[in-house]
Ligand binder design. Structure first.
Ligand SMILES: [Zn+2]
Ligand SMILES: [Zn+2]
Length: 391
């Protein structure tokens, strides 16, 4: 990456960091990336799935298209940093490094537009609302892949705790699904001194919480990872009154849609069965928040090889372990062959090692060039120019 481009990419990152906006309200951010893309010669479509932006640039006659994806949104967090480039929007902050991801994709767009070496369509996709896991589906529902088809889609996330500029990826599941559940048990409340006259939903709820601990331990294949956590337990009771109702909420993670279905089924069976045994009523609401992120085998190979080309073999792990957090990229990966990777943000506190979603987190500007180089190598691998013989 030329010195000039490196300076521009850092400037983009810091300017985007200053104007964080949350889910589906990324108007200034979307306008910013759209303006940069237009200056680079991309055809820009705005307002896809809300505030989403897609830039397209076509070279040569080849019919293949490859997409690079970044996220527009920030978090409802108050930044404490004292940095000159800190958030100028009170209560909002790029605490997940999406500013860095946007700058990397813009940098790759600039580098690929300037230096060529590829034939086909390059599409850069900036999605809204990654944090609540709603933006990818909104773009898909708005026809993003009908209007801007891609043969392969790539994305990455920075990871504090990983050496700066290292790249990890893997074929298959790389990030977990997230589902949420709410169990409402309705009994019959009454005086704390007259338990024989009530149906105590608190005791029923406690039994349900304990029974749910058997799902991962006794129903899920031990070779398939899963987490089931109850996270809240509310009653409408008072100190001396047995409640009429309890509400239990929780969160599950898994990589395999079959495990996801099993978790939901067992939560329902145990909750409804235990409630019925005590004469209580029970309703279970189970919602899918994030799809698991499943990397296509061929795309993961392309990403791994491109990373070695761009960064050197000693900085690449193409068979990394999956992690339990979730990512909205998983929705895109259900519709098109795709690969998601992790790029190290740094291991030292204050130099990229501060955890994501922390009030003092910052994307590491020294890692941007590695992301740009990786994306450039991916696109050139996917869109290698056709070699035509003499006519
Ligand atoms: Zn985040
Ligand atoms: Zn993020």
């Amino acid at each position: 990456m030329s010195e000039d481009l490196n300076t521009r990419v850092r400037r983009w990152r810091r300017e985007l960091h200053g104007i964080p906006e949350t889910a589906f309200e990324e108007h200034a951010t979307a306008a910013y990336v759209a303006a940069v893309l237009e200056e680079l010669g991309f055809a820009v479509a705005r307002g896809i799935g809300g505030t989403g932006v897609v830039g397209s640039l076509t070279r040569g006659k080849a019919g293949r298209a490859v997409g690079l994806r970044a996220e527009l949104d920030a978090l409802p967090i108050d930044e404490v940093s004292g940095r000159a480039h800190g958030s100028r929007h009170a209560g909002r902050m790029h605490a997940c490094g999406h500013d860095g991801h946007m700058a990397m994709v813009l940098g790759a767009a600039a580098e690929l537009a300037a230096n060529g070496g590829w034939d086909g369509a390059l599409r850069v996709i900036f999605q809204p609302a990654e944090e609540p896991g709603r933006g990818a589906q909104a773009m898909v529902d708005d026809g993003v892949f009908e209007r801007f088809p891609v043969d392969a889609l790539y994305g990455l996330h920075n990871l504090p705790g990983m050496p700066p500029g290292h790249l990890h990826t893997r074929a298959g599941a790389i990030m977990a699904s997230e589902d949420n559940f709410e169990i409402v048990v309705v009994g019959r409340g009454g005086h704390a001194a007259s338990p024989h006259l009530v149906i105590d939903p608190l005791v029923v709820g406690a039994e349900i919480v304990l029974a749910l601990q058997t799902v991962v331990a006794r129903n899920v294949d031990p070779l398939k990872p899963a987490v089931l956590s109850c996270t809240e337990f509310h009653t409408d009771g008072a100190r001396n009154a047995i409640p009429g109702q309890v509400r239990i909420t929780g969160d599950t993670r898994s990589f395999d849609p079959e495990v996801q279905r099993l978790l939901e089924r067992r939560i329902r069976e145990l909750s409804e069965g235990i409630a019925a045994a005590h004469g209580a009523m029970c309703t279970v609401t189970y919602t899918h928040e994030f799809a698991p992120t499943i990397n296509d085998e061929r795309c993961a190979r392309v990403a791994g090889e491109a990373a070695v080309t761009a960064l050197g073999a000693d900085r690449v792990d193409a068979e990394c372990a999956p992690i339990m957090p979730s990512e909205d990229f998983g929705v895109f990966a259900r519709y098109v062959p795709a690969c998601f990777s992790f790029i190290g943000n740094g291991t030292v506190e204050g130099e990229g090692g501060t955890p994501l979603h922390s009030r003092s987190y910052d994307a590491n500007d020294d890692v941007l060039a590695a992301g740009v180089a990786f994306y450039g190598a991916v696109v050139r691998a996917e869109l290698a120019p056709l070699v035509t013989g003499p006519e």
